[in-house]
Design a protein. Structure first.
Length: 196
């Protein structure tokens, strides 16, 4: 026979689990969510990743555009919440020099990603990433993790977890108003050692 004390203990554990689940789903903003001063922005690490058609995609291909670089996975609940926002941003800002680029961290690859992309009607490019790609960006500790990159290829903002839609939108709109400066060939990224 189970004692009332056992029931209370189980109820307490269940209550804590529910509270933690709610907290994990709340939109949150990290210290990196506001736009960094231009002088403090680091060059976003380049990569060579394949899309669903086997085409190799380099981040450098997007130089001159504002890029929202989103690390995500099909199994990630908060990632699914932000996908409609990203799809909307892609449609709304594409003609102004903006692109969303999703880096899927799914272990099962395209057999998981392709049906999900079709179901969610994702209108932006998806590439398949891995831990090595995440390490270039200082290690991806949570999904989604999103970097907003300015027209000069530098990280202007960094979000960990589900951020508020308006925070993404404010960063995008501010960066779209800024023209690209001359290329700084001496600039380098040190995200692999330290993420700001």
């Amino acid at each position: 026979m189970t004692s009332p004390r056992s029931y209370l203990r189980l109820a307490g554990i269940a209550a804590v689990a529910v509270i933690l689940g709610v907290i994990a789903y709340l939109p949150r903003k990290t210290d990196h969510s506001s736009l960094k001063d231009e002088s403090k922005r680091q060059v976003a690490p380049d990569f060579a990743l394949k899309d669903a058609h086997g085409n190799v995609v380099h981040l450098a291909d997007y130089r001159g555009k504002v890029v929202l670089l989103d690390f995500w996975a099909t199994w990630c609940g908060p990632c699914g919440e932000e996908i409609p926002w990203l799809t909307d941003f892609q449609r709304k800002y594409k003609d102004r020099g903006f692109e969303v680029l999703g880096i899927s961290m799914d272990d099962d690859g395209w057999k998981e990603i392709n049906p999900f992309v079709a179901l969610k009607k994702i209108n932006y490019r998806i590439v398949l990433g891995d831990d090595k790609t995440g390490d270039l960006y200082g290690g991806i500790e949570a999904l989604p993790t999103t970097f907003v990159i300015d027209r000069n290829g530098r990280v202007a903002s960094h979000f960990v977890g589900l951020a508020a839609r308006k925070d993404f939108q404010n960063a995008i709109e501010t960066l779209l108003e800024t023209r690209a400066g001359p290329a700084d060939l001496s600039a380098r990224s040190d995200y692999s050692r330290r993420a700001d």
